[in-house]
Design a protein around this ligand. Structure first.
Ligand code: ATP
Length: 211
């Protein structure tokens, strides 16, 4: 099987995530895409809604897509969820299968701040999705040597690595979880930016009011 691992805070999940995963699945012929909501996101910890709710919202959002799955692996952990550990876990779980890590270009550019970024780039192939608000970033797509972000040059210079970084231009959907949380706080409509079931869940559980 060809499996895509899609990690994120999903606080909350929205059509940017869902459409991106769908386009990646179709383009790269994935058999399965596993959404992995982060437990205690090391870089975003303070303003994330409880893992349990993010997991539930993700499950609701993907339930009609037979290619999509959600994993509670990171949510169940009591410690910060480092991606290296998660990838090791899934590599063992799906031994003999082809695993890829799916990520948005904004997060990919933050990789130098992650735990053991070099190791990460050596352990799994990456699929990097475009994001509409990151089009000012200059990058060479073929070899993933970033020309703008000097600080990350060494990290992304993986020309000789056996692992690959693929870049895919997806339909630009200018939606972010931050934007949604802001709208909720301001009592603005969030309809058509994320699945209706997720909106219902947010309302029923009165999420994000106090964030
Ligand atoms: P926040 O606004 O809280 O930072 P976010 O909308 O970026 O959240 P995350 O849960 O951090 O959502 O995203 C998980 C992954 O999905 C990241 O790699 C991110 O780059 C990617 N992603 C999020 N929104 C989009 C989008 N609209 N288009 C493409 N990729 C996206």
């Amino acid at each position: 099987m060809k499996i895509g691992l899609f990690g994120g805070t999903f606080n909350p999940i929205h059509y940017g995530h869902l459409r991106g995963a769908e386009e990646v699945r179709e383009y790269f012929y994935f058999d399965k895409i596993i959404f992995i909501p982060a437990g205690i996101p090391p870089l975003k910890g303070s303003n994330a809604i409880e893992g349990y709710h993010r997991l539930k919202m993700t499950a609701l959002a993907i339930k009609d897509n037979p290619y999509f799955e959600v994993s509670d692996y990171e949510i169940q952990l009591q410690e910060p969820s480092y991606t290296v550990n998660t990838i090791n876990y899934f590599k063992k779980l799906y031994e003999g299968h082809a695993l890829w890590f799916i990520i948005g270009v904004d997060s990919f550019l933050e990789l130098p701040r992650w735990h053991k970024p070099q190791e990460l780039l050596r352990m799994i192939d990456f699929i990097v999705m475009s994001r509409p608000d990151s089009d000012k970033v200059e990058y060479k797509l073929e070899n993933c040597e970033f020309i703008e972000n000097k600080q990350s040059e060494d990290i992304f210079n993986i020309k000789n690595s056996e692992k690959k970084v693929y870049y895919i231009r997806i339909t630009p959907l200018c939606i972010s979880s931050t934007m949604l949380r802001e709208k909720i706080k301001n009592n603005e409509s969030i309809r058509y930016l994320l699945p209706e079931q997720v909106i219902d869940y947010i309302k029923k559980n009165n999420l994000y009011r106090s964030i």
